[in-house]
Design a protein around this ligand. Structure first.
Ligand code: ATP
Ligand code: MG
Length: 234
């Protein structure tokens, strides 16, 4: 098991958003978290990562209980987050953004190797390495956000809505790259775009109103009536 989230509850102020959320990510697998706007997908990733504090429940990275560790400690242990909206440093170049991702101890002495890895995954980033991040296309910025997270050599990568605002072709190429990642990191992917997510993931969960209402292997979810009607538009 790469990541285990057990009975997680959290929210903002006094408002509870997540109710008893449990999910797991097996090693080398891609797991998707589907759900409509406001369901709590981002909150689930942020609570898992420690940006939002868990109210109860637990988060395990492998066998290690990391529930109450702050984000930077979690990065040290091998979890990385690609946040919604990408959060790049627009005035810095591609390489500079990547270098910032590699500051943690677990990654520092592997920087050259890791650069090769991310350039192999996203060759366009190598071509654009001296360009300012803010001048990249939307798709390139998403690739850079994923690549920057990979620079910390995570065992588990949390990715929030990578398809947002991108053309289908670009989404396809990013998702194909994620598939290649399996040997490097396990992935928990929050997505509204169920069609593409179910194509590449192994297992999925459906989150509605802060609760997991359905889970299953990707193929089973793709054939589920509720998923078809609410998420696949068929
Ligand atoms: N910082 C915050 N303060 C208060 N409420 C918040 C905050 N962030 C999110 N919420 C609320 O929590 C709920 C879940 O939001 P969240 O962003 O986790 O949903 P989501 O599934 O990621 O949605 P989307 O698909 O639109 O990104 C929403 O009702 C939202 O208004
Ligand atoms: Mg979100």
């Amino acid at each position: 098991m790469a990541l285990l989230v057990k009975n997680l509850e959290s929210g903002y102020g006094k408002l509870k958003i997540l109710f008893d959320v449990s999910l797991k990510v097996e090693e080398g697998s891609i797991v998707t978290l589907l759900g409509p706007n406001g369901a709590g997908k981002t909150t689930t990733l942020l609570t898992t990562f420690g940006v939002v504090k868990p109210w109860s429940g637990s988060v395990y990275l492998g066998d290690v209980d990391v529930t109450h560790l702050p984000p930077h400690k979690k990065v040290d242990l091998g979890i990385a987050l690609v946040p919604e909206g990408r959060r790049l440093f627009p005035e810095m170049t591609v390489v500079e953004n990547l270098a910032l991702g590699a500051y943690v101890k677990r990654a520092r002495d592997k920087v050259d190797d890791t650069l090769e890895l991310v350039y192999g995954l996203f060759p366009i980033l190598k071509e654009r390495r001296w360009q300012k991040a803010g001048t990249l296309s939307g798709g390139e910025q998403q690739m850079l956000a994923i690549a920057r997270a990979l620079m910390s050599r995570p065992k588990v990568l949390l990715i929030d809505e990578p398809s947002a605002g991108l053309a289908p072709k670009v989404v396809e190429s990013i998702f194909q790259a994620l598939k290649q990642l399996r040997s490097e990191a396990s992935v928990l992917l929050a997505e509204q775009n169920a069609g593409v997510a179910l194509e590449i993931c192994d297992y999925g969960y459906v989150l509605e109103n802060g609760q997991i209402v359905l889970e299953g292997a990707a193929g089973d979810l793709a054939n589920n009536e509720h998923v078809k009607k609410s998420y696949l538009g068929v």
